[in-house]
Design a binder for this molecule. Structure first.
Ligand SMILES: NC(=O)c1ccc[n+]([C@@H]2O[C@H](COP(=O)([O-])OP(=O)(O)OC[C@H]3O[C@@H](n4cnc5c(N)ncnc54)[C@H](OP(=O)(O)O)[C@@H]3O)[C@@H](O)[C@H]2O)c1
Length: 326
């Protein structure tokens, strides 16, 4: 068993906080006492944090925040990567100095966070070992988007006989979903704007423009038919897939509720799915395009970029103080 490290005196620390719910203008970087690891917990010196739409959605107003159990003053951000700098009593398998990544719901963008050594993102946070070959900025992008992509593909189970339609394919979840579906042998057609076409090709998808006439464009691109679909943006791809005769059982969405369609949720990813994604990143078999990295002092600009919903890949916050120009 790892020995608990001696609790250190309150260390200077900073955290992104909201004192009222709302848009990016409510985000402030505050000096706070560093949290201390209790029994079963790790304290992590966070070096990088990845942004997801859920971050700003959850904190956008008081009613939404309450649905997620958030109250003021509130932290911000969920995906993190960093180094263990304190180990609580009873923790097994982690030691000071270990590189870790994971999720801590709406409190990850801080110099120090405390997470459960064996927990869940929404309850106490979680921690996974960062494999050699995966840098911290990349590790900070894996948890939410990687698990969600894995969960969505598990619903439709693409294989070599499939032509899979992916809606919003160039975004944070899309980059994982496209590559994982290609690895499963499927042909992948991904929706995006004209500006995303090269990025989609680079991931292994055939780009198609979203918007009016999507089903007609798909008929022309895939005369043999679309056989499965995952909508990572809303409902357009669900509707187009139905119009093209894809059975509901082979359609899923992560961003809407549609009668008859099984939704996918990152929390339902199979055990080991995240570790497998991290392994593929470490070996270079899967790559994570970073759309931009911002120093934590520029959190508002980073969230504005992410919330505009046209990023290709992931937006990352750097907490090391090293150069992280957008
Ligand atoms: N259920 C879950 O567990 C779960 C987990 C994670 C995320 N989500 C939800 O899933 C959605 C996607 O998350 P994400 O992290 O991938 O978001 P994201 O990174 O912000 O997605 C950005 C992408 O959306 C594309 N896009 C913009 N307008 C579009 C349109 N009208 N039709 C299709 N694509 C469009 C953009 O393509 P262009 O730049 O080419 O326009 C861009 O590549 C969000 O709504 C998020 O809240 C759900």
């Amino acid at each position: 068993m790892e020995q608990p490290s001696t609790p250190s005196p309150a260390t200077a620390s900073r955290a992104v906080r909201l004192e009222s719910f709302g848009g990016p203008e409510r985000l402030t970087l505050r000096e706070v006492p560093a949290p201390q690891a209790g029994p079963g917990q790790l304290r992590v010196r966070v070096t990088a944090a990845g942004l997801n739409p859920m971050d700003w959605f959850m904190t956008s107003d008081a009613d939404t925040a309450a649905r997620f159990g958030l109250s003021l003053p509130c932290g911000f951000g969920t995906d993190y990567a960093g180094v263990v700098d304190q180990v609580g009593e009873g923790v097994r398998g982690f030691a000071v100095g270990d590189r870790v990544f994971g999720g801590a719901m709406s409190r990850a963008i801080a110099d120090h966070i405390v997470v459960d050594a064996a927990g869940a993102i929404a309850v106490g946070g979680d921690a996974h070992r960062t494999p050699d070959g995966v840098d911290d900025r990349t590790a900070a992008t894996l948890t939410i988007a990687g698990c969600t992509a894995a969960a969505a593909l598990a619903v439709v189970e693409p294989g070599p006989d499939d032509t899979l339609l992916v809606g919003g394919a160039g975004g944070g979840v899309g980059v994982f979903a496209v590559q994982l579906a290609r690895r499963a042998g499927a042909r992948v057609i991904g929706t995006g704007s004209a500006a995303s076409a090269d990025a989609l090709r680079g991931l292994g998808a055939e780009p198609v423009a979203y918007g009016e006439g999507l089903a007609d464009r798909l008929r022309a691109m895939a005369p043999g038919g679309i056989t499965a679909a995952v909508d990572l943006y809303g409902t357009e791809v669900v509707q187009a897939a139905r119009e093209l005769g894809v059975p509901d059982a082979r359609i899923t969405t992560i961003a809407a509720q549609v009668d008859g369609i099984t939704p996918a949720n990152g929390a339902d990813a199979a055990p080991g799915a995240l570790e497998e994604i991290a392994r593929l990143v470490a070996t270079g078999e899967l790559r994570v395009p970073l759309a931009a990295a911002f120093p934590v002092e520029q959190i508002r600009a980073a969230v504005e970029l992410q919330a505009a919903r046209h990023v290709h890949g992931k937006v990352v916050i750097d907490l090391t103080g090293q150069d992280a120009r957008p």
